[in-house]
Write a protein that binds this ligand. Structure first.
Ligand code: 3MF
Ligand code: MG
Length: 345
């Protein structure tokens, strides 16, 4: 398969058991080693990690034990010919993160969040990744009166600065999402994430990760979110997927809901040479009905769709497009694009 210089990644959570808030698991769990063996078969090059995907139960381990366990994972990656793309601290499951992590109203809980994040940095170092992704899952409110938004914004910045100081080589990519699990998140969009990053002590080490479903939940167009971040050289990773309107986060296969919206994401990424700066992450989940033995199709389908869309981007009749833009004939431009997507000229 021609990959046009792109590399692809997903996280172990993208092969999952199918539990949802209303029902239990529907597929057996697969071990990490078993999942790792799937990556190359499915055409992928790199693994995205939560800290505890790499080192389970890290809260019960000393920093030295954590580093040792992470080194063993690095060996497995090497054996499978895989890279670690990033590590993300999982700051939304522990009881101490029940009301937020860096923005919790409880100082001991905030200290836990920072300590846990530093452990995630240690893991990233051992895995050979210089990137940390911050999905700020519970940094927000159910009740607006429950937290001080100005103080919370400062706390987020302080946490980022602490992590940048902790490892002078670390880069941080903020993954914005407007809601879920919180009603209202403090960093809902690319604009918020970038504004926060530009205020950091070393802004050159703070960028963003754009997830399609998160942009759509915010009522925004993912390709514009991509372009906005790329205009500043700040798009360091993506979670491409799809989403059927503003409801719960669906993580559908890339392009499966809105082909043209996906085409435009591939277009903006490709026209701005994303393959030179980052890895294409696919944060997709199999539909709950999918039988266990077929529950990796969403990954290979998403990867193949991305590459097919890149093919379409590169075979666009650019000259005809320029002429139509110059004539302001956007109806005909629309027709050209639709025909192209339908495989006709
Ligand atoms: C939630 C997400 C997360 C993040 C992941 C890595 C579980 O909507 O998208 O997936 O992507 O935590 O940052
Ligand atoms: Mg994501």
């Amino acid at each position: 398969m021609e990959k046009y210089g792109y590399r692809f990644s997903f996280g172990p959570w993208n092969i999952h058991e199918g539990a949802d808030p209303f029902g239990p698991t529907v597929r057996p769990s697969r071990t990490f080693d078993d999942k790792l063996a799937e990556y190359k078969k499915l055409g992928f090059d790199a693994v995205q990690f939560h800290d505890d995907d790499a080192v389970p139960s890290l809260d019960d381990l000393s920093p030295a034990q954590i580093r040792k366990a992470a080194r063993a994972v690095r060996k497995k990656l090497d054996d499978n010919g895989l890279l670690a793309e990033f590590v993300a601290p999982r700051l939304w499951e522990h009881p101490k993160t029940i009301d937020g992590a860096y923005t919790s109203n409880n100082p001991q809980d905030r200290a836990y969040a920072l300590d846990r994040s530093k452990k995630a940095v240690d893991i990233a170092q051992e895995l050979g990744a210089d990137l940390m992704v911050l999905w700020l899952a519970r940094e927000g409110t159910y009740l607006r009166e429950a937290k001080d938004v100005v103080r919370a914004t400062e706390q987020l910045l302080e946490a980022i600065n602490t992590l940048l100081d902790y490892d002078p080589k670390l880069r941080i990519a903020i993954e914005p999402k407007p809601n879920e699990p919180m009603d209202l998140a403090y960093i809902p969009t690319m604009g918020h994430a970038l504004a926060l990053g530009f205020q950091a002590n070393d802004p050159s080490r703070v960028g963003v990760l754009m997830e399609s479903a998160h942009s759509i939940l915010a009522g925004l167009d993912p390709s514009d979110e991509i372009g906005f971040a790329m205009a500043f050289g700040k798009l360091w990773s993506v979670h491409l997927n799809d989403q059927n309107g503003p409801k719960f986060d669906q993580d559908r296969s890339f392009a499966s809901v809105d082909l043209r919206r996906a085409f435009n994401q591939a277009r903006v990424l490709d026209e701005n040479r994303f393959w030179e700066v980052g890895i294409v992450g696919l944060d997709v989940k199999a539909i709950r009905t999918q039988p266990a033995e077929l529950a990796t199709r969403h990954l290979s389908n998403s990867l193949r769709m991305f590459l097919r869309l890149v093919e379409l981007v590169r075979s666009l009749d650019k000259k005809a497009m320029e002429e139509l833009v110059a004539a302001r004939d956007y109806e005909e431009l629309d027709w050209l694009i639709l025909n192209h997507l339908m495989g006709r000229s």
